[in-house]
Design a protein around this ligand. Structure first.
Ligand code: C5P
Length: 405
């Protein structure tokens, strides 16, 4: 989505950096329109680095491309964060004396405001009337929250936290075609301990699974996200309580299995994105394995882990949709498809998402390339792009799947 983030001149402008970052991490094309006052609080280079686009301020820049209306016309969503009392008054009055004003007036996209000001300003009759006017016009007002304000005082007036704002704003614009469905999504990779300090693991970063959870929540689903060993904190950034996603952390395959079996009976859709270890050490050493004791070679005896996905499809409650993943290193497309088709049949899933992984593909990267096959082995979708976009392509298949007998 193309999103304009308007930043106005309040102390909370520093929080706008988190908003911009959250939106970019969620895969959106973010364009910042900052008022002159906003740039006294937060620097242009920071905003340009975070948004990965130029920051716009001046009504008289880019006149040839009619920027004063082009930004608003091309936006799918406008978020003003923080929205000061002054900017709220200007938007309510339809003032167009700066770039943010013209951008908002020229846009038909949903408008989200995150007010931030002192309690007295928020409860002033003028602001109350302006907010009422804007709400009547369909503007979404998120917050303010209550808590410590800039000075010694505290009360209503804090800007909502960036993660919460991003989740709520995206939920407003997304299609709500998964509303009422409960999703169970696994993400990351399981680890099997050898001793108290070592494990056998895999290179799954958790990005694709988290992207699926986010996308499902944005489309109205209630999501339980079971995460195994997601090390990069940025990947879970933006997942706020109240944003429709509950996170449960596990590490080993046994823990993932317990979590999945506990939640699966209540789930309408299960998406097993996690890379689950196929084998685990038969015994786990109580103390660190010493080379002085083990000698020049160390034999590890591994035993098979249960196939959780197969267990799920074997005990599937009526009407449940189950989606599995296959990470394959096969370079030939036809051979890759053959592997995927055989796996879809063997596992008994409704959809199998095949992705090619290798030393530089799939794992840990921002992008993914997938082929989705049905349980019968037909290709039902193909996608290549940011993991968030790929997530939406997979979820696009769910409503049809659930309505077909
Ligand atoms: O057989 P393979 O490991 O390639 O299957 C991958 C799919 O099966 C993924 O959806 C993964 O989450 C799931 N899986 C599982 N239990 C295992 C191994 C894989 O649920 N022990």
């Amino acid at each position: 989505m193309r999103i304009v983030v308007g930043i106005t001149g309040g102390i909370a402008a520093y929080k706008a950096v988190g908003v911009v970052r959250g939106l970019v991490l969620a895969g959106h094309d973010v364009h910042v329109v900052a008022t002159e006052a906003a740039l006294k609080f937060v620097g242009r280079p920071t905003l340009e680095a975070m948004s990965r686009n130029l920051v716009h301020t001046d009504l008289y820049d880019g006149v040839a491309e009619v920027r004063h209306v082009a930004l608003g016309q091309s936006a799918d969503l406008i978020i003003v964060a923080p929205a000061t009392a002054n900017t709220i008054a200007k938007i309510a009055a339809g003032t167009a004396d700066d770039l943010l004003g013209t951008t908002i007036l020229a846009s038909t996209a949903p408008l989200v405001l995150a007010p931030a000001m002192h309690t007295e300003m928020w409860s002033n009759a003028a602001t109350v009337a302006n907010i009422a006017t804007l709400r009547e016009r369909g503007v979404h007002i998120l917050g303010p929250a209550s808590g410590q304000l800039t000075g010694a005082d505290s009360g209503l007036g804090r800007m909502v936290e960036p993660d919460e704002l991003v989740a709520a704003a995206l939920a407003i614009v997304g299609p709500r075609d998964l509303a009422g469905l409960r999703f169970l999504v696994t993400a990351g990779g399981t680890r099997e301990p050898l001793d108290p300090v070592r494990f056998i693991g895999n290179r799954s970063s958790g990005k694709q699974g988290v992207a699926i959870a986010r996308a499902a929540a944005a489309r109205g689903a209630e999501v339980l996200l079971v995460v195994a060993n997601i090390e990069d904190a940025d990947i879970l950034n933006g997942i706020a309580a109240g944003g429709g996603i509950e996170v449960q952390e596990v590490s080993t395959t046994a823990e993932l299995r317990d979590a999945v079996h506990a939640a699966s009976p209540a789930a309408d859709v299960v998406v097993m994105t996690a890379a689950v270890a196929d084998y685990r050490p038969e015994t786990v050493a109580e103390v660190k394995i010493k080379k002085e004791v083990a000698g020049d070679t160390l034999d590890l005896h591994l035993v098979r882990n249960p196939d959780i996905l197969k267990e799920l499809t074997g005990a599937r409650p009526a009407g449940q949709t189950i989606i599995g993943f296959a990470a394959e290193t096969e370079p030939d497309r036809d051979a890759l498809l053959e592997l995927g088709r055989a796996k879809a049949a063997r596992k008994g899933v409704d959809l199998l998402v095949i992705n090619r992984v290798g030393w530089s593909e799939g794992f840990g990267t921002e992008r993914n390339a997938i082929i989705v096959v049905s349980g019968a082995g037909d290709i039902v979708a193909e996608a290549e792009g940011l993991k968030d976009a790929v997530a939406h392509c997979i979820l696009d298949l769910v409503p049809d799947l659930r309505s077909s007998p």
